[in-house]
Design a protein. Structure first.
Length: 254
């Protein structure tokens, strides 16, 4: 009977502890993690250190698509002056031979220093040139002043000081951005051997601390450029907002 006298109180203690824990009154339990500032959802900061916007500057030129335009909607838009930019976005097109992007930096509440604008390819290797459909917009007029050049055929592309230069632009130079000041840059991305998707990042120093900001692509699109293909399945010429017509000259890109 001695074992029964020992076991019954023990069972009673266990049941009491379980009941207290069930009511939230038990002691010595591991506390639930409390919400911290890092865990809370991050909102948009009220004051950004600076703003950056990107826009595609070269309206005249060619854009290549990976496939032949086959959907009735796309073909109708091409023939009737529809939204060609939307067609390019839907079909993952890329600017052929060169992509000219204008960047506008605008200072925030305090001064800071841009130490570099970095190019990050989405793939370490070139993809073949896009050769499905070529859309060309012939045009005339002056060219924007080019300040930054990047050869996207390079495995590790970086901005240089001239079209044929190998000197990195940000090796010896920085950009000081004062409060409310605007700085405009033009970046020319070229490709001959293949196609490349990439992202842009700005490195800057503010109050002695280094940080990075990504650069959104123009109009919610993407950064992409492709070399010219030796042959296309279809070639169209026209103008944005106008009618495109199919032609039989596969050398139009060059």
């Amino acid at each position: 009977m001695l074992w029964l006298a020992l076991v019954v109180p023990l069972i009673g203690s266990v049941l009491t502890a379980l009941a207290l824990n069930g009511l939230g009154l038990g002691g010595d339990s591991e506390p639930a993690p409390s919400a911290t500032q890092e865990d809370a959802p991050s909102g948009t900061p009220s004051t950004a250190p600076f703003t950056v916007t990107a826009r595609q500057e070269n309206e005249a030129g060619c854009t290549a698509l990976p496939r032949l335009l086959s959907s009735p909607g796309d073909r109708a838009d091409i023939a009737t002056g529809g939204d060609v930019n939307a067609i390019v976005r839907r079909n993952q097109g890329a600017r052929a031979a060169g992509l000219l992007v204008g960047l506008t930096l605008e200072g925030g509440a305090s001064s800071l220093t841009i130490t570099s604008i970095d190019i990050k390819p989405k793939s370490p290797r070139l993809a073949p040139p896009l050769s499905g459909t070529l859309l060309c917009e012939p045009g005339a007029g002056g060219e924007s002043k080019i300040q930054l050049f990047a050869d996207m055929d390079n495995p590790e592309p970086a901005f240089v000081t001239g079209q044929d230069s190998k000197q990195r632009y940000f090796r010896d130079k920085v950009i000081t951005l004062k409060p409310g000041e605007q700085v405009n840059l033009s970046a020319n991305f070229t490709a001959e051997k293949g196609s490349r998707d990439f992202d842009l990042f700005i490195r800057y120093v503010k109050n002695g601390k280094e940080a990075t900001m990504s650069v959104p692509a123009p109009k919610g699109g993407r950064y992409a450029v492709t070399g010219c293909s030796a042959k296309y399945r279809a070639v169209y010429t026209g103008s944005p907002g106008g009618v495109f017509r199919r032609v039989d000259d596969p050398r139009l890109c060059r």
